[in-house]
Design a protein around this ligand. Structure first.
Ligand code: XLS
Ligand code: NI
Ligand code: NI
Length: 440
């Protein structure tokens, strides 16, 4: 197979002095940061859907770029996608990939034919993995594009549609296990509703949990030892998506006893759509022992939809990697670029510029996060801010020694506390962060 990107060489780390746009300035895969090589800390993954399939179509216009990969029919296209993806991963030093079943091979007229064609494409992926050592971070089923899912998949009012979704998930699990994937994602595509006038919300949520339980039982029965993930998103395509944000999803998983098998896949742009910061969503997951993996991208603060841009905001990547390091780093998870080049960035080399920008932004983020922790000023401030819980009334409350009457007695004796409470020093801390990022 001849190269698809023959004019692009393998991208190398050239350091921050380099002005070569086809080089990494900050991502040095073998360099050790915070105890591990950058490639093991960051675990970058290529997304099959955006990179191999997305042609730049939007609501107002057709695609601007060609992703037929020189193929003359669908089967050949699926095969060529594999070769092009592995060329990209090699040239960009990306070790992992993520996929939906239908990114790898499209829908054919029947489920049986779709499965058969999917198997053929998956065989080619497995061969390329054996040759190159590239790994699958996670797999998933596309239970949202086909018109049958117009009213949801696991939450469809119609049992037959649920059955098709379940069948697709079974097959996607088989394929993920075959490719050695350590993760399986549920993103609730159309799992939500437009109006309660036609919706039995309670039954829909019970059924969604049933589908997840069926997937866990089947996955474990075929030897899947990795993590299942739910990827929160508050809106789009439905007005009200059930998996609104980290906190909502954690409550759902606990209600249905799914929290031992599931963790969260946090996507930056979904966090902003939920009116949270990316860091907030990861912190909620981390504090609940549910942090799993990340869909790396960013939204546009002036647009209210899921723009899935390649991440370049270094404040966000730094605070994200701070949370990841504090969570002990990735285990089964990693950083999947659920990101697409802008519609007008349509040339093949834009794929390289985009991944380089995203990878360098996260490499910088990792370097800064490591410095934030080593510097210690921010962590120390937080520790000190909560020090009143370590002794006296604070410790008594935490240990359960003080009941409400005892606490009242304490407060009555004090008379007033205003005057002893210190400032929260937000601006000072923001300046410290800038000092850590840009100071000498
Ligand atoms: C869409 C989601 C999707 C998932 C995988 O908004 O981010 O791409 O990551 O189904
Ligand atoms: Ni995503
Ligand atoms: Ni998204």
């Amino acid at each position: 197979m001849s190269e698809f990107f023959s004019s692009i060489p393998k991208i190398k780390y050239e350091g921050k002095a380099s002005k070569n746009p086809l080089s990494f300035k900050f991502y040095n895969p073998e360099e050790v940061i915070a105890g591990k090589t950058m490639k093991d800390q960051l675990k970058f993954a290529l997304s099959w859907w955006h990179t191999m399939c997305g042609e730049g179509a939007d609501m107002f216009g057709r695609g601007t770029t060609d992703k037929t990969w020189r193929a003359s029919n669908e089967e050949e296209r699926s095969a060529n996608k594999v070769y092009a993806a592995f060329e990209l991963m090699d040239k960009l030093s990306i070790d992992y990939f993520c996929f939906h079943d239908r990114d790898v091979s499209p829908d054919y007229p029947t489920l049986a034919e779709s499965n058969e064609k999917l198997d053929k494409a998956v065989d080619i992926i497995a061969q390329m993995q054996a040759k190159t050592g590239k790994k699958c971070l996670w797999g998933t089923a596309n239970n949202f594009s086909h018109p049958r899912y117009m009213s949801g998949a696991g939450t469809s009012p119609y049992a037959d549609v649920f059955a098709f979704a379940a069948a697709q998930i079974k097959k996607a699990l088989d394929v993920t296990v075959k490719l050695g994937g350590n993760g399986y994602v549920f993103w609730g595509g159309r799992e939500g509703y437009e109006t309660l006038l036609n919706t039995n919300m309670g039954l829909e949520l019970d059924n969604l949990a049933r589908l997840m339980r069926l997937a866990v039982n089947y996955g474990r029965s075929i030897g899947f030892k990795g993590d299942f993930y739910v990827e929160p998103k508050p809106k789009e395509p439905t007005k009200h998506q059930y998996d609104v944000d980290s906190a909502t999803v954690i409550g759902f998983l606990r209600k249905y006893g799914l929290d031992k098998d599931f963790k969260l896949n946090i996507e930056a742009n979904h966090a902003t759509l939920a009116m949270h910061t990316f860091q907030h969503e990861i912190r909620v997951a981390r504090d609940n022992g549910m942090f799993g993996t990340i869909d790396a991208n960013q939204g546009d603060m002036l647009l209210g939809w899921d723009t899935d841009q390649f991440p370049t905001n270094v404040y966000d990547t730094a605070l994200c990697m701070y949370e990841v390091l504090k969570a002990g780093g990735f285990t089964n998870g990693g950083l999947n670029f659920d990101s697409k080049t802008r519609r007008a960035s349509f040339e093949p080399e834009d794929i390289f510029y985009s991944y380089i920008a995203g990878m360098d932004a996260f490499a910088l983020g990792l370097r800064i996060a490591d410095r934030i922790i080593a510097d210690g000023r921010i962590d120390d401030f937080v520790t000190k801010r909560y020090s009143s819980w370590q002794s006296g009334i604070g410790a008594d409350i935490i240990n359960g020694k003080a009941d409400l009457a005892a606490i009242e007695k304490y407060a009555l004796e004090k008379g007033e506390v205003l005057g002893t409470i210190p400032s929260s020093r937000q601006e000072m801390l923001e300046d410290i962060l800038n000092d850590i990022m840009f100071g000498g």
